[in-house]
Design a protein around this ligand. Structure first.
Ligand code: SAH
Length: 179
């Protein structure tokens, strides 16, 4: 086998990406400390046609060299907005028909692979700080929580890895609506 060249990958142009239909899925980054994790969120959102990223609290915003290192330009194509207070944002998203899904290990979490995401439901996927997780108020605003099961010794996954897994789990059910 041979690896595909950039040309053979045949990706969308920046313009085509901007106008492409997106999934009914937004990401809410609640107080993310690492710019590399923020950049990774943009790259994930680009790959799976996520509608928008909300950067909340201490989460840094583009343009920034450290975000660019992992976003590799996706920070210029994926729609984003800064919201200082994630709880106010979540109330607003809820009013607009989004199901607020905390990606978090809680006493009420459902396992991600058991959760039947649907094509037509709008989802806001909330992820939390690398040390403290999703803040209490934002967690209270979540309709459900989803947990990625872990079988090793570590308590949690890297937040960007968690986003990659969860976005794919939802996107694989929604992408067919775009085709
Ligand atoms: N020790 C922290 C860990 C935070 S990890 C805590 O007490 O929460 C940073 C973020 O990654 C979490 O807020 C969550 O959004 C996500 N995350 C990490 N591992 C996860 C898992 N197994 N299931 C769901 N979300 C996870």
């Amino acid at each position: 086998m041979k690896k595909l060249s950039l040309q053979e990958l045949n990706r969308k142009s920046i313009e085509a990406f901007r106008t492409a239909r997106k999934l009914p899925l937004v990401l809410v980054l609640d107080n993310i400390r690492s710019m590399h994790n923020i950049g990774a969120a943009f790259r994930i959102a680009d790959a799976f046609l996520v509608e928008k990223i909300y950067l909340c609290g201490i989460t840094a915003q583009p343009p920034h060299r450290e975000i660019h290192k992992t976003a590799l330009g996706a920070e210029e194509t994926v729609a984003w907005e800064y919201a200082s207070d994630s709880s106010i944002l979540l109330q607003h998203l809820k009013k607009n028909g989004y199901l607020i899904v905390g990606l978090e290990q809680t006493d009420k979490s459902l396992l991600l692979y058991d959760y039947p995401a649907t094509e037509d439901q709008k989802y806001a996927l909330v992820v939390g700080n690398e040390v403290f997780g999703i803040n209490e108020e934002a967690l209270a605003a979540c309709d459900i929580a989803l947990e990625i099961p872990q079988y090793g010794t570590k308590h949690s996954l890297n937040v960007a890895v968690s986003m990659g897994i969860a976005v794919w789990e939802i996107a694989k059910r929604q992408l067919k609506r775009l085709s």
